[in-house]
Design a protein around this ligand. Structure first.
Ligand SMILES: NC(=O)C1=CN([C@@H]2O[C@H](COP(=O)(O)OP(=O)(O)OC[C@H]3O[C@@H](n4cnc5c(N)ncnc54)[C@H](O)[C@@H]3O)[C@@H](O)[C@H]2O)C=CC1
Ligand SMILES: C[N+](C)(C)CC(=O)CC(=O)[O-]
Length: 491
């Protein structure tokens, strides 16, 4: 049954939540009294449709329904989850909860996106504090996995665990905060850096763009993959963290930072920062910056996925849970009909796979087909453990035909046939489609190899049997159109 979320407040964060839930198959009701909110939410969802579906290697569930009820009571009625994202004012949030809880189901979760309030503060005026928690996301909510979960004594642990499970299903990484502190973990860190940056500009030490370069060209890249402690552990050399602390601990006592002093936000400072920031971004609109940010984030997260690290590892773990639902068999016994082409890929085109022609670039066709081959190898028994044991397949010849184009976010799937298999060889045929369009075909010849000698070797009986049973059953289908074609073949 489709689950329902009510998004209360459709600004920057509410719209991001709406996209995250909708694209993960939830029905989404957005309530925001501001007339411009609907268009804004739709814009964010459209941007998310380009970026989120292709983030991982597996298709998302079918989108849910999006609606904009006129009344808050309509939005929250029977909702499984209510996500509040109204401005950061405690009395506004507390008053709103009293109204919301008058209409929402008692067993449902009421989560706040608050950047800094604690659950106890949020629950203070509520008759049902137990259902109010903090679920603090990061902008853009539809791409960044982190969500800080904060609970108070009033929250039953079962509710908090259910919240974490739901957020994990949405592809997020819930980080349960051990206690209630203002600004949780991440905003406390961010505020310290932000304050220093403001001082640097105020004191004329650096411009906004120099501060940004100091982050994005250096330690910002490190932070995206190892955070602070692991990065500094390495900086301590073989002596590790203990040596690092001995060497740089004393610097904490020196006047390197302004600590908790806050620069006065007078007109002059606002003007200085705003004009430098305008100059830094040039003619780029906010929408253009957001589009560039999304491309960059998708590229970074996907690159980390190759390393199975950080945010990329989170995405890989989510993908592993989604293969089944995407109709991609995980084991040989999952193949329902040996006589039909096997679905080896079901995903969407990632945003970082586009080229200067605005469509999926040619190298990525081989990327997709390579992954389809990997899946077929796994299915017939050549999985990670098999490879670690010393044998694998190498591709020795590939022929790809490009028949149609495809753009970012579009669904793509590959159906694979085993043309022949056994002895030392595996001959595969892949067809790549988007909905009912055939985009490309690929024919691959692979050799079974011994990874120690790096030479071809006879495959074991189990692999041979599986390949032969697929080749024999699928051989009853008409031969694929284009099989064995070569460039220049008049046919
Ligand atoms: N902007 C950011 O980077 C982040 C913000 N947050 C938190 O998310 C919350 C929302 O922040 P933003 O989206 O940035 O604010 P925003 O100003 O972009 O959006 C707030 C929205 O709430 C609507 N609203 C006001 N009163 C309402 C009511 N009674 N019922 C329904 N809607 C109402 C407004 O019309 C507006 O569209 C805050 O608690 C903030 O601390 C969390 C993570 C990041
Ligand atoms: C500036 N902010 C406190 C609203 C930021 C956040 O809460 C999280 C983020 O996305 O950086």
């Amino acid at each position: 049954m489709t689950r329902v979320v009510a998004i209360i407040g459709g600004g920057v964060i509410g719209a991001g939540w709406a996209a995250r839930f909708l694209l993960n198959g939830w029905d989404v009701r957005v309530f925001d009294p501001e007339p411009a909110a609907q268009d804004r939410v739709r814009e964010v969802i459209n941007r998310a449709r380009l970026a989120l579906p292709g983030l991982g290697e597996v298709a998302l569930p079918e989108e849910g329904d999006l609606s904009f009820p006129r009344l808050m009571s309509e939005a929250v009625r029977d909702a499984d989850w209510v996500q509040e994202s109204v401005p950061e004012r405690i009395e506004l949030k507390q008053t709103l909860y009293r109204a919301i809880q008058g209409h929402m189901a008692e067993g449902a979760i009421l989560a706040s996106s608050t950047s800094g309030f604690t659950p106890s503060e949020l629950q203070a005026q509520s008759a049902r504090p137990d259902q109010i928690i903090v679920a603090h996301p990061f902008n853009p909510v539809y791409l960044l996995p982190l969500v800080e979960i904060v609970a108070s004594q009033a929250n039953p642990s079962a509710l908090v665990e259910r919240a974490q499970d739901i957020l994990s299903e949405l592809g997020m990484a819930p980080l349960k905060i051990r206690g209630e502190v203002p600004a949780h973990i991440a905003d406390r860190l961010l505020e310290a850096v932000w304050r220093e940056a403001l001082w640097l500009v105020k004191d004329g030490v650096a411009s906004t763009s120099e501060v940004d370069d100091a982050i994005r060209l250096g330690f910002g890249l490190r932070w995206a993959q190892m955070g602070l402690f692991e990065t500094y552990r390495i900086a301590g050399g073989e002596g590790g963290m203990a040596h690092f602390l001995q060497q740089f601990g004393p610097a904490l006592q020196w006047p390197w930072s302004k600590l908790t002093d806050v620069p006065t936000m007078d007109d002059s400072l606002v003007q200085t920062i705003a004009s430098q920031s305008d100059a830094q971004s040039g003619d780029l609109t906010i929408a253009e910056l957001e589009a560039q940010r999304d491309k960059n984030l998708v590229a970074v997260i996907r690159a980390l996925g190759w390393q199975d690290w950080g945010a990329g590892k989170v995405q890989n773990e989510v993908d592993a849970t989604r293969l089944d639902g995407a109709g991609v068999p995980v084991r040989f016994n999952d193949i329902i009909d040996l006589g039909a082409p096997v679905r080896t890929i079901n995903r969407a085109v990632p945003l970082d796979w586009l080229d200067y022609n605005g469509h999926m670039t040619e190298a990525r066709y081989l990327d997709v087909f390579g992954n389809a081959t990997d899946r077929m190898m796994t299915l017939v028994g050549c999985d990670r453990a098999y490879i670690e044991n010393g044998q694998s397949f190498f591709t020795v010849e590939t022929h790809i035909r490009h028949l149609d184009e495809v753009r970012a976010g579009a669904p793509i799937r590959v159906e694979t046939r085993v043309i022949s298999g056994g002895g030392k060889k595996m001959h595969l045929w892949h067809e790549l489609r988007s909905d009912d369009r055939l985009l490309a075909t690929a024919e691959h010849m692979l050799l079974h190899v011994d990874l120690e000698t790096r030479r071809s070797a006879q495959m074991p009986a189990m692999l041979e049997e599986r390949l032969k049973s697929l080749a024999e059953a699928q051989g009853k289908l008409p031969p694929p159109d284009g099989l064995a074609r070569a460039i220049g073949d008049p046919a």
